[in-house]
Design a protein around this ligand. Structure first.
Ligand code: UD1
Ligand code: MG
Length: 454
């Protein structure tokens, strides 16, 4: 039977001190909530209901997930009750998780689903973790705490309701549950709010189920860090470094050298070829594909970039651009807005390329701006040259042919077309189209290809 899940995300997340809802804060290129939803989907959950609040609800459209608004946050038990009212009774198992637990992976959701077994009387399986200092977490109270984890779970006591002895318990409630759906429906109606916070606690279902003769199965996780919730920006940073490390490890195991995972920032779904090396201080984001044997970084940023094989990008920025095999970029260059570089192109220091097609073997090695342009194969752009592409009203294109040599410090005033094999002298200002083979100097440019008429 396909599984269903309820994800609670209606809380205000006040400790983030943010105008942005907590579950939408970025964690390695995706909102926190995305991580929970994708782990659930990977674990075979095909129907998810997210409990939201009125402000958050409209912002969840991009997730393409069903939402239910909890108008007032009266507690996790109340949130689950509202979600159950919105879904058809169907039997089977319902997973309940919290939207602020981005470190949970597929296997934890699989294990907890496997542990619930209504036919054998196990109405609820819940994930627990031992941790050195469970501070704000609910404590797992077992029938005889001194007898250790072999004892049956009796109930969960929220930190604010704990006796000093209960506070000393080092086993906490992770907040991941698999319930028998009919038994959850029956029990949730009986959860009250007589506790320190005056809230309806989902965790009270444990005691109620046991009183009704059901069993509750604990599912301990080996590493408590995988179930840590994020409540403030300090915890967000901790979670980010764990998720980032996992992303780096995936690529390292697949043949990528990452010199310093702690200062290499990745996002999910990147493609990086084998024997590529990523140097420190490098961020790779968006939908980026990097070929084999590339050298990226140090101190570089790639967003929405597509790189061939044997490409070097050093101390540079590449955004929404495509680079062919053996391209060299940097140091201190910026490619953006649909720059397309053919094989063997070389872009050197302080060169910006925007919305331009550079054919195979083009070189712009120093201090240049190429915007809205196309440059034919093997052409060389001299130091200090710019395409003056903006006339104050609109952007105009510069077309440069094959094997052209643009001298140092040229201004190419667009719209302008420069034919194949043209050569320009230093400081030339090209304001009119140049025929193939022409030689130009001066401001405005004049031809010196033919002897001047007398
Ligand atoms: C909860 C558990 C606690 C557990 C901890 C794990 C309860 C009563 N306690 O405590 O045992 O150790 O998580 O992180 O469940 N939410 C709603 N509607 C509400 C209240 C909360 O949707 O009315 C959502 C929040 O957005 C959040 C989640 O439920 O994503 C948990 O709520 P939170 O207030 O953070 O509970 P904790 O105190 O962390
Ligand atoms: Mg919490």
């Amino acid at each position: 039977m396909s599984a269903r899940a309820i994800v609670l995300a209606a809380g205000k997340g006040t400790r983030m001190k943010s105008a942005r809802p907590k579950v939408l804060h970025d964690l390695c290129g995706r909102p926190m909530l995305w991580w929970v939803l994708s782990a659930l989907r990977a674990a075979g959950v095909d129907e998810i209901v997210v409990v939201t609040n009125p402000e958050l609800d409209p912002l969840l459209a991009p997730f393409e997930v069903r939402t239910v608004v909890q108008p007032e946050q009266l507690g996790t038990g109340h949130a689950v009750k509202i979600a159950l009212e919105a879904i058809e009774p169907r039997g089977g198992c319902v997973v309940v998780a919290y939207g602020d637990m981005p470190l949970v992976d597929r296997t934890i959701f699989e294990d907890v689903q496997a542990a619930v077994d209504p036919d054998a009387g196990t109405a609820l399986a819940l994930v627990t973790a031992r941790m050195p200092l469970p501070s704000g977490f609910g404590r797992i109270v077992r029938s005889d705490p001194s007898a250790g984890s072999g004892q049956a779970v009796e109930r969960i006591v929220e930190a604010k309701d704990c006796t000093p002895e209960q506070l000393a318990v080092d086993e906490m409630n992770a907040g991941i549950y698999a319930f028998s759906e009919p038994m959850l429906r029956e029990t949730i109606a009986r959860v009250g709010n007589e506790n320190a916070q005056g809230e309806y606690y989902l965790t009270d279902t444990v005691e109620l189920l046991i009183a009704a003769g059901r069993r509750v199965a604990p599912v301990p996780v080996a590493d408590y860090r995988s179930v840590l919730g994020v409540n403030d920006r300090v915890e967000l940073a901790d979670a980010r470094s764990i998720v980032n490390r996992r992303l780096c490890e995936e690529h390292m195991r697949a043949g990528v050298t990452i010199v310093d995972p702690a200062t290499t920032y990745l996002v999910p779904e990147l493609v990086i070829g084998a024997d590529t090396t990523i140097y420190p201080g490098t961020a790779i984001a968006g939908t980026t594909r990097i070929g084999a044997r590339c050298r990226i970084g140090p101190h570089s940023r790639l967003v929405g970039a597509s790189l061939g094989d044997d490409v070097t990008v050093t101390e540079s920025v590449v955004v929404d651009s495509t680079l062919g095999d053996r391209v060299w970029v940097g140091p201190y260059a910026q490619l953006r807005g649909g720059a397309t570089l053919g094989p063997d192109v070389r872009i050197g220091n302080f060169v910006e390329v925007k919305k331009s097609d550079l054919a195979a073997g083009v070189k712009a090695n120093h201090l240049a701006y190429l915007g809205d342009s196309s440059v034919g194969p093997r052409s060389n752009i001299g130091a200090g040259t710019i395409t003056a592409n903006f006339d104050g009203v609109q952007k105009n294109r510069t077309k440069i042919g094959a094997d052209v040599k643009i001298g140092s410090n040229n201004t190419l005033v667009a719209p302008v077309t420069i034919g194949d094999n043209v050569v320009t002298g230093a400081g030339t200002v090209v304001i009119r189209d140049a025929e193939a083979g022409d030689k130009l100097v001066g401001n405005p440019a004049r031809s010196i290809a033919k002897p001047a008429e007398t």
